[in-house]
Design a protein around this ligand. Structure first.
Ligand code: ITT
Length: 185
């Protein structure tokens, strides 16, 4: 079975990646490679930078995943700052920020970055459009899942299997796997 090395410190992402890529025939192994946090406005730049940095440093093919939630009425905030906002504010305060807002549209996005040592990084973007709920719901998932509503249920109310079928991460990682199939090397 072909192996994909995934540089992430997030065990939830790792579990999801193992399921998503496992279904299409890949084994996923976690790599310990913390790349410097680039201050950039878009996930593509951060993801490409991280993949290249880890591939060159570890001298092997590396996949990374940079994700964020973009809330329309907040002009895309927190977007690339999603980790910082989760760590310092959390879902309750995000809901507070959204009090009285009628436009609750939000896009969840994952950009998978992949790079070979000395090579150019490639990126694969997956998105899902939903809304921000009025309260936290569900015990599955992690991070923003309990406040991201999709077709009447929050991601926190979906088990991994259901989430992966429709999620930003599922879409991005399946795109990446398709490209790997065709990649002549
Ligand atoms: P890495 O080590 O892979 O960088 P991270 O947790 O720092 O892990 P990100 O910067 O990509 O990853 O994540 C941004 C934030 O968005 C972070 O707070 C995550 O918990 C959250 N997040 C990412 N994917 C999510 C998902 O599928 N559902 C809910 N929250 C998610």
């Amino acid at each position: 079975m072909h192996k994909i090395y995934f540089a992430t410190g997030n065990p939830n992402k790792l579990r999801e990646a193992k399921n998503i890529l496992g279904e299409v025939g890949y084994e996923v192994e976690q790599l310990d490679c913390e790349y410097p946090e680039l201050q950039a406005d878009d996930l593509e730049t951060i993801s490409a930078y991280g993949a290249r940095w880890c591939a060159d440093r570890l001298d092997r093919d590396v996949m990374v995943d940079d994700s964020g939630i973009f809330i329309e009425t907040l002009n895309g905030f927190p977007g690339p700052y999603s980790r910082y906002v989760e760590d310092h504010l959390g879902n309750r305060k995000v809901l507070k920020l959204m009090e009285g807002e009628t436009n609750r549209r939000a896009v969840f996005s994952t950009v998978v970055g992949f790079c070979r040592p000395g090579g150019e990084p490639r990126t694969f973007t997956g998105e899902v459009v939903g809304t921000i709920s009025f309260e936290e719901r569900g015990t599955h998932g992690f991070g923003y899942d309990p406040i991201f509503l999709y077709e009447g249920r929050t991601f926190g109310e979906l088990d991994d299997f259901k989430k992966n079928r429709i999620s930003h991460r599922g879409n991005a990682m399946r795109k990446f796997a398709q490209w790997l199939e065709l990649d002549p090397r």
